[in-house]
Design a protein around this ligand. Sequence first.
Ligand code: CP
Length: 317
Amino acid sequence: MRSFLGRDILSLKDFGRDEFERVFQVADDLKPIARDRRNTDTLAGKTLLTAFYQPSTRTRLSTEAAMHRLGGHVLGFSDAKMTRAGDFYQESIKDTFHMLEYYGDVIAIRHFQQGAPAEAAKWASVPVINCGDGWGEHPTQVLTDLYTIRCELGTLDGLTYVLVGDMRMRTMHSILYALSQFDAEAIVVGPPEMSLLPEFKAELDALNVVYREAGDVRDVIEEADVIYMEPVVQADYAASREERKGETALTPPEYVVTRELLRDKAMRHSIILHSLPRMDELPADVDATRHQRYWVEAFNGVVMRMSLLSLVLGAAE
Ligand code: CP
């Protein structure tokens, strides 16, 4: 297994099964710290720098919370528009990250351009963690999701994953890459105009990912061990920021999971994950059902980022 020390976390396409397992083991070891709301000195003397060029609630704050739990320092810009990358100069990724590496020991970046974290990693000698790049990937979220499934169902193998939502989403890309390492079948359900792109399908075929497409979650939910959701009514992830204007469209019923649908068709043990934020595709009354796991997924987001920070900074082998 390749060492995690000093490594960039950019994509799940190049993650091996043993590497997933190692990240999960370290998360298991560190989980009691987060559960007990303790802070340790594991990463004392280390600094996390967050460079977020797009809005975030969970990813940024859970990464920062993870660093605090491990006793490290955190700094970052609150609004990219208030940096030189966001003003008249439109400072390049190269110049920005060449410099940011002197300010921190690990950099977490979210950017609206696909590939920006990989470009940043070329110019920073410290580890760079992709916290979402345009329509590209969202590896830390999907590591959180897989860890949650492993904790809740005991395995990632032998499961059917029904993925519902916009298939251009970065989480959908990362999870489908990741499933190449497990005995898994995916059923993808999304609007035709938001379906998997041909070049991405070719990659999945090359990785032997087992998947099929379906048109309506109501036709396939009974097969799901895991129901993995994203909105279809959502922002353009290639934009730096998008504010809602006026009324939003309703999600078509083909991509909505209701409490009634779960009651009538889902297997008793099936679980629902949603990286959040949600729109109307997952009504709030589902929260009170036994299928809901998105709040434990949110907690695991801190645990997973603790694991990744420990590994890339050498506190865990
Ligand atoms: N799940 C997720 O990426 O949420 P944020 O956009 O709030 O970080």
